[in-house]
Design a protein around this ligand. Structure first.
Ligand code: M6R
Length: 606
């Protein structure tokens, strides 16, 4: 959730920390802080984003080592006191922490009993004080951190700066930390890909690892104290720039990147001759695929909606029962796991704690899980060890757009691959491949003329609530549209399969209530049109997303045409106008579209 960045070397640490934190800000942005060592350790922190913290920094802070943090509050309100870094009583030990210390109440009570004055409400601060107490035992930073963490339970990505020792001690457990190895300098980040701006050599910390960093050395050991080897790997570059380029916001940039992102995702993965998918990372032979009893997909938020579309495509094309689960519910329901079934975990960041817990539950019960993940080398990708990278490139806006499309395409290719090993013909396979190959171009065509999006914005921006309705494969697309508008425009949105409307939600309709209907030209179109009529009869204002040239194209008060598309692939087109409506509504309301309130890009707490 929170972002951590650290530096030890020979350059001024402050600009490097600020630059690193800017790249991590999307992870959490309630408050920001840095600690820089220059004889003493100086701490600067501020409620708000990196730019706000930067505005209070003196112009020339010396010091060649430091640690920084962007926070997404879990324990304690959004205040300066609760912002990281946290210092021990003497100020000799300073920490930044990502994760949750479960027994913090006990640790805090014991510190108070020893006369320590706690300055924040956080679970993290206790660690700084305990490390200081342990340091007094043998003046050994590594041992002090080890003994402290042996007293703690929970999760941590932890960086510790010491006034009297020229090292940074780092530790990981259930929260990613990567070390970037430069020439005579080391970087630390809670998000590996952000290190690519600084170095291409990285050392990944595993759970229960502790490492001691100097400018030129890394010493790694376990929480128990066993020495471990240091494995340096080369950071894979992902396509696409993490910078804004010509765009005003990341969300708009990423909406426009969808055609290229999709090209990257399908490249080399479609066998046009055999009409088949070619997802090598799954390492599943056609005979193994033919025996799969059922498929389960798990994810959260946008990833869940992509999984729901995947579920329908798998049933349709592969004729295997498929079911989708909300990851945060999964392990708490003690699910029955069939080791022969296929399990997919879908995640952009690859760091979502709820999804990770569900994966561990499935693995514990003897089945394998395949990742459908964007961030290469992320925790979920490593935990699964097999699967499909969706290759969206870096996604910076908190509201996910291009990752959604690529998740859907990756799952479509999987459905095709299983379908070809079981039920569908080569010709049908070729038809879907042809459809997939058209999609990037069709999205480009739509983005050149997006239709009356601003009229739709006028209808929704002051609404009490907005309905999103669709049927069949468009029902999860409607959910995705609702999530997008909710998270960036802060308007309550309800999404339903259109047929469900008359069973209760229709009671909410008043004169002028806006409804977005997702109606591609598929086998359920006529049924959805009935729901449009029922809603109109009760005064609703209809925003209709339909295929160009369709006979229903005048049914709405605002009619947005998308290019004609293969019925099974329509989500890849119908979602785009809803992404744009969300984006422009947020702007019209003056919201921070890339950093919506209360949210974070990767949700690393359960
Ligand atoms: O990184 P993940 O795909 O696992 O994230 C899952 C959700 O937290 C994420 O999709 C969230 O709902 C987005 N903000 C949606 O735009």
């Amino acid at each position: 959730m929170c972002g951590i960045f650290g530096y030890i070397g020979s350059k001024r640490a402050t600009p490097i920390l600020v630059d690193g934190l800017r790249r991590l800000e999307y992870r959490g942005y309630d408050s920001t802080g840095i600690a820089v060592k220059n004889g003493e350790i100086s701490i600067f922190k501020k409620v708000g984003k990196v730019s706000e913290m930067q505005s209070i920094l003196p112009s020339n802070i010396q010091g060649t080592s430091g640690i920084g943090h962007t926070r997404w509050a879990t324990h304690g309100g959004v205040t300066e006191e609760n912002a990281h870094p946290h210092a021990s009583s003497s100020g000799d030990v300073v920490i930044v922490h990502n994760g949750i210390i479960n027994n913090s109440r006990i640790l805090r009570a014991s510190l108070v009993a020893q006369g320590v004055e706690l300055k924040s409400e956080t679970d993290s601060e206790a660690l700084a004080h305990i490390i200081e107490i342990e340091l007094a035992v043998d003046n050994n930073p590594e041992a002090a951190v080890r003994r402290t963490l042996q007293k703690a339970s929970g999760t941590w990505g932890l960086c510790v700066l010491f006034k009297n020792h020229d090292v940074i001690v780092v530790a990981a457990n259930g929260s990613t930390l990567e070390i970037g190895k430069g020439d005579g300098e080391m970087f630390i980040s809670s998000d590996g890909p952000t290190l690519s701006e600084f170095t291409d050599r990285v050392v990944h910390l595993h759970d229960d690892d502790i490492a001691v960093l100097t400018a030129t050395s890394i010493t790694r050991s376990s929480l128990k104290g066993d020495r471990k080897s240091v494995e340096v790997s080369v950071l894979e570059k992902s396509w696409g720039e993490a910078d804004l380029g010509e765009y005003e916001h990341y969300m708009l940039k990423e909406i426009h990147e969808q055609p290229d992102a999709l090209r990257h995702c399908i490249s080399g993965r479609l066998d046009r001759v055999r009409g088949n998918g070619r997802l090598g990372g799954l390492r599943l032979s056609p005979s193994a695929l033919a025996k799969v009893p059922h498929v389960r997909l798990i994810g959260c938020g946008t990833a869940l909606h992509a999984a729901e579309i995947g579920q329908l495509l798998i049933e349709k094309l592969a004729r295997i029962p498929a079911v989708t689960h909300i990851a945060s519910e999964f392990r708490h329901n003690d699910p029955v796991i069939n080791p022969n079934a296929l399990h997919f975990a879908v995640s952009q960041s690859g760091e979502t704690a709820d999804t990770l817990s569900a994966i561990k539950e499935i693995q514990l019960k003897g089945a394998q899980v395949y990742g459908v993940v964007n961030v290469v080398g992320s925790t979920i990708a490593r935990q699964c060890g097999q699967g499909v990278y969706i290759h969206s490139g870096p996604e910076q806006a908190v509201a996910s757009t291009k990752a959604f499309s690529n998740m859907v395409v990756a799952l479509t290719m999987f459905a095709l691959q299983v379908g070809r090993s079981r039920s569908i013909s080569k010709e049908k396979g070729k038809e879907i491949i042809h459809g997939l190959q058209q999609i990037p171009h069709l999205i480009e065509e739509y983005l050149e003329d997006v239709g009356p999006i601003m009229e739709a914005v006028e209808l929704v921006k002051d609404a009490k609530s907005v309905f999103f309705l669709g049927r069949g494969i468009s029902a999860p697309v409607a959910k995705e549209g609702a999530l997008k508008l909710m998270e960036v425009a802060y308007i309550p949105c309800l999404a339903y399969p259109a047929g469900e409307m008359k069973h209760g939600p229709i009671a909410l309709l008043e004169e002028g209530s806006p409804i977005i209907f997702v109606v591609p030209n598929d086998h359920v179109k006529e049924k959805t049109v009935s729901a449009i009529h029922e809603s109109k009869a009760r005064g609703a204002k209809i925003i209709l997303i339909h295929e160009e040239g369709d006979e229903i194209s005048e049914e709405g008060d605002v009619n947005i045409a998308i290019p004609k598309v293969h019925p099974l692939l329509s989500p890849l087109l119908t979602v785009v106008p809803m992404q744009l409506i969300a984006y422009h509504t947020a702007l019209a309301l003056g919201n921070d579209v890339d950093r919506p309130r209360n949210l974070a890009k990767s949700v690393t707490v359960e």
